[in-house]
Structures are given as C-alpha cells and as structure tokens.
Ligand binder design. Structure first.
Ligand code: XUL
Ligand code: CO
Length: 438
C-alpha cells in the first residue's frame, strides 16, 4: 500500500487555548462535558468526502490546483482506493468521529448503472474495513443526482421518466449502502430539482413527481429497516435559478402538502440559509419549532459574494447563537455537523486540510462553550420569557385556550377600556449582553 499523504502530522490533540501549535485544538476537547454530554457527542463532527478528497480545486475559470496523488492514477478503481486510504488517514489523524459521501465521490461512475453499482460495492467493502479499523462512522450517505448530463433537467423532476428511473436506481443503491455501513441518516439534496424558465417547465407536475420520488424513498427505507432519518437539504438557488427546496419553511409546506412531514426532516446548511435571505439561526429555529430539525451542513459564505462559497466556519458569534438555539431545542438526535466546506483554490498544501478542519472544529467547540454559558446564565431566556409574560395571565390564556370569541374579546376590550402601552424590545441591550459572553 501507498505511503502516508500527511507524513509529518500526528493525531491532532487538544492542547488548550494557549497552545502555539497550529496542528492542535485550542477549544475542541472531545471529552469535556457540555450540558450533560461529551463535546464530541454534542457536535458529532463529520468530514465530507466531496470537497476534501474528490474536488481538484477547479472553478469555472480554471483547472484543479490540488496536487493529489489519486488524480494521477489512471485506473479509476485504483485511484478510488488510494483516495479512500488517504481520506481515512485524515479522519483518523483529525479525530472526526464521522464522515459523509455521495456515491460518485467514493467510487467511479461506470459505463452502465450496473457497472457503477459494482464499482461502489468494491470500494464500499474496503470502506467498511477502514471504518472498522478506525471506528470512524458514517453520519449520512447520499446519491449524486446532479453532476451527470442526464440530470441537467432534474432527477425526480425531469421531463423524462427514464431519468426518474435512473435516479431511483442510484438512490436505492445508496440507501442499501448507507444501511450496510450503519449510516446514521440519509440526505437528499435536490441539486437539479428546480427550473430555469417557465417557458419549458410545468411546475405543478414537477412537484408531484418529486413527492412521488420521496414517498418511494421512504417506503424503501422502511422495507429494508433503515432506522436513520431521511433528510432534505434546502437551498434557494444554484445550480438552478429557482430550486424547489428553497428554505426550511418551503420544504415543510411541501412535505405537509404531500403528507410526508412525519417521514422527512431537514439538513440545514449555513450558507444555503444566507442565500435564501435568512440567517442560519433562523433556519435552525424554524426547523426545531416545527419538529423537522435533523442535521447541519457547516460552512460560511462571503458577505460580498452572492453564491455558495462553502468556506469553513469561523464566525464565533454566529455559531454561538446557533448552538444556543440548538442546545435549548435538545441538540442532535441522529444528526451532526458535517463540514460541507472546501479549501480556497490557493490552499494547495496537504496540511491546509488540517488547518481548515481544526479551525472549524475549534470554532464549533468555542461557540458551544459560549452557548452553554448563555444557557446556564439564563439572562437571554428570561428576557424573552418576560416579553411574553402577559400571555401567561388571565387574558392571554383565555385567548389561546379558545375560551373567548372575537366578538367577546372585542366587547371586553371596550368594556375594560383596554389601552396597551408599548414596551421596548430592548434589542441593543440584548446585543450587548450577547457580546459579554463572546
Ligand atoms: C450543495 C450541497 C451538497 C449537499 C449534498 O450545495 O450542499 O453538497 O450537501 O448533496
Ligand atoms: Co450541503
């Protein structure tokens, strides 16, 4: 077997905030207890295969910039094996408990669907051995239903039912593989499920097709006894102009309309939230509030760019607020934090992969410790509770309890001469309070 791709790197250790070692964690101490769970279990960090091992560093203007040995191996299955070894060397040295992958990240597409399945089987057997050797687990599997030209007009929403059938072939296989690898969840991101122009698109029909696909997927999940969550990943645009899974609220309405809301939850991605005109925290709060929270794709965008830049998270305030919302909502069940994040094209040294993930994990850890303080302190929660205190009184309870009609309430307002006084929302006071924890 090949040699190490990261020869100078040992297992990354927690060394505390004062460490000068760039290849150490300053905040990510997996064994530290946070609100009754080990930090590692609160965060459930995953490294993604596609950005870190399959992407060559190309963009629409230029070729790959990353000199990875598996890109130079001409036999695609041998290349996949080398990539697999390197990926597990990385997961093990980083100490990430989970990873994620698409079918086509881990094994090459063959000339036919059957050949692709066979390629996948060969590599998955080796992946299973690596998982046993390292104890690294699968957070979720997924199928790539967007790269190949056959999917240019969508997968489930394609005008051609044969494309739908091909997608069914890929998803059944990846559900089987995810189940075989004891994956904790299964993700569906509708990369090409959207449209460019209504001149050639029947939106209503495409929604029906997508719903049919999703119900076939959940029927199959139950048939094979896969216990993980099925997760839809919202994104408002890119690659299509109008993506059907625009944001969490849109996905929730769609799921309810087709009676799929008990079967699917969401995988929320930070930069997708921003692209949809929301904050990451808003999306997480919405999903928790409606019982459809599943998992997170961690990354960040760039304020000056309007696309999915997939940078590693480093905004401490954003992460602290998201973790505050998430931990108050009970934290993860089977979900986790998948780094759907990539290096910049100029970060071409192998060790840049470590710096990126170490920085990301430290930001998540530090944000979580800040969120723990906010929760234990209780000041932020008390401010919100006080703001709604009236609803716990006689008037509020009679309204929400359905004990008064509109007419009765209107009469009461007249009879009692109700004259509500505006009260401050104290936003700046609360913002200052948050800054004190950072
Ligand atoms: C694309 C994206 C995907 C999904 C998995 O923006 O986020 O990588 O996470 O298909
Ligand atoms: Co994603």
């Amino acid at each position: 077997m090949s040699q190490s791709f990261f020869p100078g790197v040992e297992r990354i250790r927690y060394e505390g905030p004062n460490s000068e070692n760039p290849l150490a964690f300053r905040y990510y101490d997996p064994n530290r207890m946070v609100l009754g769970k080990r930090l590692e279990e609160q965060l459930r960090v995953a490294v993604c295969y596609w950005h870190s091992f399959a992407w060559p560093g190309s963009d629409i203007f230029g070729h790959g910039t990353f000199d990875r040995p598996w890109f130079k191996v001409s036999n695609p299955l041998e290349a996949a094996e080398l990539k697999l070894k390197t990926a597990f060397e990385f997961f093990e040295k980083l100490g990430s408990p989970y990873f994620t992958f698409h079918d086509r990240d881990i094994a090459p597409e063959g000339a036919t669907l059957r050949e692709s399945h066979d390629n996948l089987d060969r590599i998955i057997e080796k992946a299973q051995a690596e998982m046993q050797r390292t104890s690294v687990k699968l957070l979720w599997g997924t199928a790539n239903l967007f790269s190949h030209p056959r999917y240019m007009g969508g997968a489930a929403t394609n005008p051609d039912p044969e494309v739908f059938a091909y997608a069914a072939g890929q998803v059944r296989k990846m559900l089987d593989v995810t189940h075989q690898l004891a994956g904790a969840n299964y993700v569906l991101w509708g990369g090409r499920e959207g449209y460019e122009t209504l001149l050639n698109t029947d939106m209503k029909r495409e929604a029906d097709q997508l719903a049919r696909f999703l119900s076939m997927v959940c029927e199959y999940k139950h048939k094979i006894g896969f216990k993980g969550l099925l997760l839809i990943e919202p994104k408002p645009k890119e690659p299509t102009k109008h993506q059907y899974d625009f944001d969490t609220a849109t996905v929730y309405a769609f799921l309810q309309r087709y009676r799929l809301d008990k079967e699917y939850k969401v995988n929320i991605e930070a930069n997708h939230a921003i692209l949809s005109g929301h904050s990451f925290q808003h999306e997480v709060a919405y999903a928790l509030g409606n019982g459809i929270f599943g998992s997170l794709d961690m990354n960040r965008g760039d304020d000056l760019l309007g696309w999915d830049t997939d940078q590693f998270p480093n905004d401490l305030q954003e992460i602290a607020l998201v973790m505050h919302t998430l931990l108050k909502g009970g934290g993860f069940s089977s979900g986790g934090m998948n780094f759907d994040a990539k290096l910049r094209r100029q970060s071409s040294d192998p060790n840049d992969l470590f710096h990126a993930h170490i920085g990301g994990m430290d930001t998540l850890a530090r944000g979580t410790l800040i969120a723990e303080q906010m929760i234990q302190d209780g000041k932020l929660d008390r401010a919100v509770e006080e703001r709604y205190a009236g609803w716990r009184g006689e008037l509020g309870e009679s309204i929400l309890g359905g004990r008064v009609s509109l007419a009765e309430l209107a009469d009461q307002a007249l009879a009692k001469g109700i004259d509500p006084k505006p009260r401050s929302g104290r936003q700046e006071y609360l913002e200052n309070l948050v800054n004190r924890y950072l």
